[in-house]
Design a protein around this ligand. Structure first.
Ligand code: FE2
Ligand code: FE2
Length: 286
């Protein structure tokens, strides 16, 4: 754990911390704070305001009447949703940067992250999960540790004259070169940002099935959503050309954790994912 902590010590220099999102969470968590103060803080950031309005008006929230202002968002969606929309809005920029050591060009991590988030939210609804917004956030930020480790991994790879010989999984490579991995580092970063365990823990366990907490529903869903979005290469190619291979998915089902409703409603879930993902790509200009 100590090694991972070292990497995030200077994280402000490595990745722009979404300060406005942190402020929004702090204000929203303060029982004394009023919504006018919250709206004022959000409106100081025009890009975040625009992102939040687009997101709040997207079909993801299913509202019939157009939302025109930040005050509207707070009133109509409630504080919990506003916090999470602020995180999504502020993270979009952070996630768009390229992560070369991981073979991710500009925009690829953002597309993979939003795809995982959209899919996790749909899986969550079919599984009867509550607090879908928190699940969306956990899935959106699951690979945030890659942003922290990218430069270190890049340096380590070139210091030794290229990647180590042999076949490694990504996590084995991270452990061999950095003595930690992006799931663990992401978990610590989000904990530092003050996010709740229901978000932090699934991020830390998104490549693990044998931890005692891996059986938590959010952990299973984020793990599965990440496996599925990686499997179809959503981070890598044209979002308009995405489709899921349901048959291939069934063949791999033994590798997946059990998520209620998934195997029964696979076709329906994938079809809905496809539509929602297109909307999200348009909303956040991914
Ligand atoms: Fe990952
Ligand atoms: Fe991932």
């Amino acid at each position: 754990m100590k090694v991972a902590q070292e990497y995030i010590k200077n994280v402000d220099k490595l990745a722009p911390c979404p300060q406005v999102a942190l402020d929004v969470m702090a204000i929203a968590n303060d029982p004394e704070a009023d919504t006018a103060k919250l709206a004022a803080r959000i409106e100081q950031d025009p890009l975040l305001t625009a992102n939040m309005l687009r997101f709040a008006n997207s079909a993801y929230f299913g509202h019939m009447k157009k939302i025109n202002s930040v005050a509207d968002i707070i009133m109509r969606l409630g504080l919990e949703s506003v916090k999470l929309i602020a995180i999504a809005g502020a993270s979009a920029g952070l996630l768009k940067s390229g992560q070369e050591a991981y073979g991710l060009d500009t925009g690829q991590l953002a597309r993979h992250s939003f795809a995982t988030a959209v899919l996790a939210a749909i899986l969550g609804r079919h599984a009867g999960a509550r607090e879908i917004d928190a699940l969306f956030t956990a899935a959106l930020l699951h690979d945030v540790g890659k942003i922290v480790l990218n430069r270190h991994l890049q340096q380590a790879l070139y210091a030794d004259g290229g990647p180590p010989e042999g076949r490694f999984t990504l996590l084995e490579m991270e452990h061999a070169l950095l003595h930690t991995d992006h799931a663990r580092v992401g978990m610590l970063l989000l904990r530092q940002w003050g996010l709740a365990d229901k978000i932090v823990v699934p991020v830390g366990l998104h490549h693990t099935l044998d931890h005692e907490k891996s059986k938590f529903l959010f952990c299973r869903i984020v793990y599965l959503a990440n496996q599925l979005t990686e499997g179809v290469g959503i981070h890598a190619i044209d979002p308009a050309a995405q489709f899921f291979d349901v048959e291939a998915c069934r063949e791999r089902s033994e590798d997946f954790p059990i998520v209620p409703g998934f195997s029964e409603h696979m076709e329906e879930i994938m079809a809905e994912f496809h539509d929602r993902y297109q909307e999200t790509v348009a909303t956040f200009v991914l």
